[in-house]
Design a protein around this ligand. Structure first.
Ligand code: CA
Length: 442
């Protein structure tokens, strides 16, 4: 994606929000929009609530939204010079924008925050279901010839592309109902993401100008992601390919175009051919969990020297590759060493749970087994209110958590580790109910 921070795929319900917090201003911001993108399908016919957004952003107040809606036509027409510079004809611009109206319901999704969240393993269960594995294997068999050619051309693992397809749209069975042009036009003229969505709106017009995808096919999430692997219009513009050589880059109607475009995205974002995404690993007792940090990359060999072993006792196929250690449930659950290709998957969607689901589903599609180590299923995810409370209690105890807004970034995780160490708990940074209870008694 040209701007990874604002990639908007759709299939994960509140996932990155739950795990990393929403609207952190880094790459996870968009997870808010993505996640609520699914709600919009069920509620598509409803009207805007008329309420101000929770972000407190000046462009998200009810007054600002109403005022921007009044100005919608002028705003759209004001984009004509930009459209013209991009080669869009006056006839196409007029035909596509003449009857456009804003869909203000979308404003209810822009600032939406989940009240309840899921635990990491609940998302994995949901996304890597037996049904998704079985259907994915059928997809791989059905399109074997296309996958053969695409793999030869782009060097990207077919199982990963299939996993993306399966998780983004349940293999094309769960695609948004909103017209991409209307959604991106709304977001380009109303609310707090206008700069970003101007570009998406104009990219949508370019696509319509060329006739790559018909307007009827151009439906997607409320944030404008479309097609079975949920490309944003700018992503489409940059990465879509015409693999079946019919003159159109049609990721909606052509399976060869869809598969090759998705592979092209991965290739151009640094996919290493012939490499996996990472490994499930066993972390030894008394491990220094400060090392489990995305910013801390070491070679597999160095991790082995620290006592990290591949789960199930298999040897690592290579020792020189650099990886970081991820422990989503701290010392109570499995560890994972994440390689370069994991980071590439995270460019598709900057959520670790999403990327792990893609990696694990791809392994299962290849015939691999379920994860070997157990999750702490007696634990549950903290609610947003509990997360804020935990931050406030940490701050009260003198630990720096940044802003106590329920969003857990690296500062909060470090604060949890420091508190755990001081309180005689395993300092693994896992925000458990046990840590919260201990803090409440502190
Ligand atoms: Ca084509």
């Amino acid at each position: 994606m040209t701007k990874p921070a604002v990639r908007v795929p759709l299939a994960l319900v509140l996932l990155a929000c739950a795990l990393a917090g929403c609207g952190t201003g880094d790459g996870r911001t968009i997870a808010t929009t993505q996640s609520t993108g699914r709600q919009s399908y069920a509620q598509g016919s409803q009207d805007w609530s008329g309420r101000s957004g929770d972000s407190g952003h000046p462009q998200m107040t009810a007054e600002a939204i109403n005022s921007a809606a009044q100005n919608f036509n002028a705003c759209i027409q004001g984009m004509w010079p930009d459209a013209s510079r991009r080669g869009i004809s006056r006839a196409v611009f007029d035909a596509q924008t003449r009857e456009l109206t804003p869909e203000l319901r979308i404003m209810d999704f822009v600032d939406a925050q989940p009240e309840f969240t899921k635990a990491f393993w609940e998302y994995l269960d949901l996304l890597v279901s037996e049904d998704r594995v079985a259907r994915g294997k059928e997809i791989l068999a059905q399109h074997r010839a296309i996958f053969d050619t695409v793999e030869k051309t782009y060097g990207v693992d077919r199982n990963v592309i299939t996993a993306i397809w399966g998780i983004e749209s349940k293999y094309s069975t769960m695609i948004g109902e909103r017209y991409v042009l209307r959604s991106t036009a709304t977001l380009a003229c109303v609310g707090r993401r206008q700069d970003y969505f101007r570009n998406e709106f104009l990219a949508t017009l370019e696509l319509l100008q060329r006739g790559d995808v018909t307007p009827d096919e151009l439906k997607g999430s409320w944030a404008g992601a479309f097609g079975p692997t949920q490309f944003m219009p700018t992503v489409y513009k940059q990465y879509a390919v015409d693999f079946d050589h019919d003159g159109r880059r049609d990721i909606v109607g052509s399976v060869p175009d869809l598969i090759a475009s998705t592979a092209n995205y991965f290739k151009r974002n640094g996919w290493e051919t012939g490499q996996t995404w990472g490994y499930e690993v066993e972390v030894p007792k008394n491990f220094n969990y400060l090392l489990a940090d995305r910013g801390r990359q070491m070679t597999i060999h160095e991790w082995e020297r620290l006592g990290i072993r591949r789960a199930g006792g298999k040897p690592f196929p290579q020792h020189g590759a650099r990886a970081y250690l991820m422990v989503p449930a701290g010392s109570q659950g499995p560890g994972f060493l994440m390689l370069q290709n994991f980071r590439v998957i995270m460019r598709y969607n900057p959520s670790e749970a999403y990327a792990l689901a893609i990696g694990h589903l791809s392994d299962r599609l290849r015939g691999g087994e379920a994860l070997l180590q157990a999750w702490p299923r007696h634990e549950r995810a903290l609610t947003m209110a509990e997360r804020s409370e935990m931050q406030q209690l940490l701050a009260k105890n003198g630990f720096d958590v940044g802003e106590a807004d329920g969003r857990f970034g690296s500062k909060t995780r470090a604060a949890i580790r420091d508190y755990q160490a001081k309180a005689g708990l395993v300092p693994d940074g896992f925000a458990s109910t046990v840590v919260l209870a201990k803090l409440r008694g502190s």
